[in-house]
Design a protein around this ligand. Structure first.
Ligand SMILES: Nc1ncnc2c1ncn2[C@@H]1O[C@H](COP(=O)(O)OP(=O)(O)OP(=O)(O)O)[C@@H](O)[C@H]1O
Ligand SMILES: [Mg+2]
Length: 223
């Protein structure tokens, strides 16, 4: 279980970017974070990951957390395989490295991109880079995967692929997924629950599957 309890965060004493945010995310849920630009979505993800410390409130997450960055952040001078194994093999023994390589192959095969293993990121499409970034974040066997804008810059067909890939990761490995996105269609397709942040507070919270018109409902809260 991932529990965010009354979290407040400001930068340099200025206005509160998060202002008393409380969210319970049950295990193996796909949880969407919506809200206008600047509403605090990425800040909340960064607090959950431990990259930012809340001014007050608590975050309970005694689980392994992985983060998928918005712009993939792949190393352009490394092959797909090297990108995926780079961090986990930094201090690895030769035997551990061998295990990592085998695991990377398996994950990349699972995500349907094993044939690109020796290519460089510059030769890949946006959707393929997204898969590599996802493979990299799965190397630590996370229980929680945080995704910041995973569909930005992708076309509709590729977004459909991302939906199935994240569902697969959720179904097969029981990974809890928290996704910040501007794409309300994507969020309503994939999420078990959606929280909409506005000016650092939760403006509305819905189960999109139990809502007649979840997108229209969410749109009402954008300024
Ligand atoms: N390190 C920081 N220092 C100062 N201000 C920051 C910092 N990080 C975020 N902010 C401010 O906090 C506010 C919320 O930013 P955040 O990135 O969380 O919004 P967001 O909802 O993710 O927006 P977007 O949809 O554009 O990605 C913004 O006004 C931003 O300028
Ligand atoms: Mg953001």
């Amino acid at each position: 279980m991932l529990k965010v309890c009354d979290v407040t965060k400001s930068f340099c004493g200025a206005r509160k970017i998060l202002d008393g945010v409380s969210i319970d995310i049950p295990e193996s849920h796909i949880f969407g974070l919506a809200g206008p630009s600047g509403s605090g979505k990425s800040t909340l993800l960064r607090c959950i990951q431990g990259l930012e410390t809340p001014d007050s409130g608590t975050i309970v997450c005694n689980r392994k957390v992985s983060f998928m960055f918005q712009d993939f952040q792949l190393f352009s001078h490394m092959t797909v395989l090297k990108n995926v194994i780079y961090a986990p093999t930094l201090k690895a023994s030769p035997e551990e490295k061998e295990r990592c390589v085998a695991k990377a192959h398996e994950i990349l095969r699972n995500l349907g991109i094993e044939d690109k293993i020796l290519e460089y990121p510059g030769t890949l499409s946006g959707g393929q880079k997204q898969r590599v970034a996802l493979a990299r974040s799965l190397m630590i066997d996370p229980n929680v995967l945080l995704c910041d804008e995973p569909t930005s810059g992708l076309d509709v067909a590729t977004i459909t692929d991302v939906v199935s890939l994240l569902r697969k990761v959720n179904d097969q490995f029981g990974v809890t997924i928290v996704i910040a996105s501007h794409d309300l269609y994507f969020l309503t397709q994939i999420s078990d629950r959606i929280v909409l942040l506005r000016d650092g507070v939760i403006a509305t919270e819905i189960n999109p599957k139990q809502h007649d018109d979840p997108i229209e409902h969410l749109k009402k809260y954008y300024g």
